[in-house]
Write a protein that binds this ligand. Structure first.
Ligand SMILES: NC(=O)c1ccc[n+]([C@@H]2O[C@H](COP(=O)([O-])OP(=O)(O)OC[C@H]3O[C@@H](n4cnc5c(N)ncnc54)[C@H](O)[C@@H]3O)[C@@H](O)[C@H]2O)c1
Length: 300
């Protein structure tokens, strides 16, 4: 190459590398990151994915190349979520083949029969399952001395038993098929500490149990190459939190923010990087961990 051409080549290389490091649209194959973060070829199942964190997780998976299943109580809302994610990704993509393959399934995670049927249908539809995230969950606040027992049982049923039922189907399937599956249970920073001022003994107990369930499964299934971890978010401004603030009053948010060293609640999309890392080979030695993403709340 002649010397006079060198500066030109360098300038053009620099322009290209700067352009690459600040992607303005999704072009599927040209984003530069560690290949281990890719979810191409993986089938990811997310419960509670009609809205909130579950929807964010499914979006992140689809953006990282996965196909997947959206599970929620209402088929209509699940389909609306899938449509929204698909349109969002297609609109950001510069190539036709970036349209993700996502399907919606109606399932109450507290029903063993529905969970078994749904699992069987997903395996039939996609041929296999690699990653499961249990994001279906509820929150409510009552002082313990007045907590109605049927509400307590409902909380445990959805947050803990619903996670266990999907974990059980996934574990049984991965062991039988000799697949090195990846299970992520959505727990909470409330598995670690009691947040204030809301009184939520049932929620805290359910999440503490979810985290220990995840660690137990990690010890049982780790020898078979199956990884199990817990994601423990802090305050994320999802519909769940927006509904809770509507009930409890806006002033609660001001109190929460004072307890977060970063001085703000998170946008749900800020969980996308963490969940892709946890679901991908980039976290290949992560097993039995509580991954706390809380802006520093638990540090006090
Ligand atoms: N938002 C937060 O700040 C926060 C913080 C820590 C942990 N979490 C946890 O993250 C998970 C998701 O929370 P979110 O904020 O996205 O809530 P969300 O209410 O926005 O979404 C929860 C989804 O779960 C579904 N669901 C509820 N019961 C179900 C059932 N029986 N069967 C199937 N689906 C059911 C709902 O229909 C809804 O679509 C929950 O487990 C929650 O405890 C949330």
């Amino acid at each position: 190459m002649s010397n006079s051409l060198l500066p030109l080549v360098r300038r053009s290389f620099l322009r290209t590398s700067v352009r690459r490091s600040i992607p303005t649209s999704l072009s599927c194959r040209t984003l530069m990151t560690l290949p281990a973060f890719s979810l191409e070829g993986k089938i990811c199942v997310v419960t509670g994915a009609a809205r909130g964190l579950g929807k964010e997780f499914l979006t992140a998976f689809a953006k990282s190349g996965a196909r997947g299943a959206c599970i929620d109580l209402s088929l209509e809302e699940g389909k609306a979520s899938v449509k929204h994610i698909t349109e969002h990704i297609s609109s950001q993509s510069s190539t036709e083949n970036c349209k993700p393959e996502l399907r919606a399934y109606a399932c109450d995670v507290t029903s063993e029969d529905q969970v078994k049927d749904t699992w069987g249908t997903i395996v039939k539809d996609f041929g296999k399952v690699d990653v499961v995230v249990t994001a279906a969950g509820i929150v409510e606040n009552f002082e313990a001395e007045n907590y109605a027992y049927d509400r307590w049982k409902k909380m445990i049923d959805i947050n803990l038993n619903g996670s266990f039922l999907f974990a059980k189907e996934a574990g049984k399937y991965w062991i039988e098929q000799e697949i090195r599956g990846n299970l992520i249970l959505v727990s909470s920073m409330s598995a670690k500490i009691c947040v204030r001022p809301q009184k939520q003994a049932a929620y805290n107990a359910s999440k503490g149990a979810v985290s220990l369930l995840g660690r137990s499964l990690a010890t049982e299934w780790g020898p078979k190459g199956i990884r199990v971890n817990n994601l423990c978010p802090g305050y994320m401004k999802t519909d769940l939190i927006i509904d809770l603030l509507a009930k409890e009053g806006k002033h609660i948010e001001e109190g929460w923010v004072k307890d977060v060293p970063m001085g703000r609640l998170a946008h749900p999309s800020e969980m996308q990087g963490t969940i892709v890392w946890m679901a991908s080979d980039a976290s290949s030695y992560l097993n039995g961990s509580d991954i706390v993403v809380d802006g520093g709340y638990c540090c006090w």
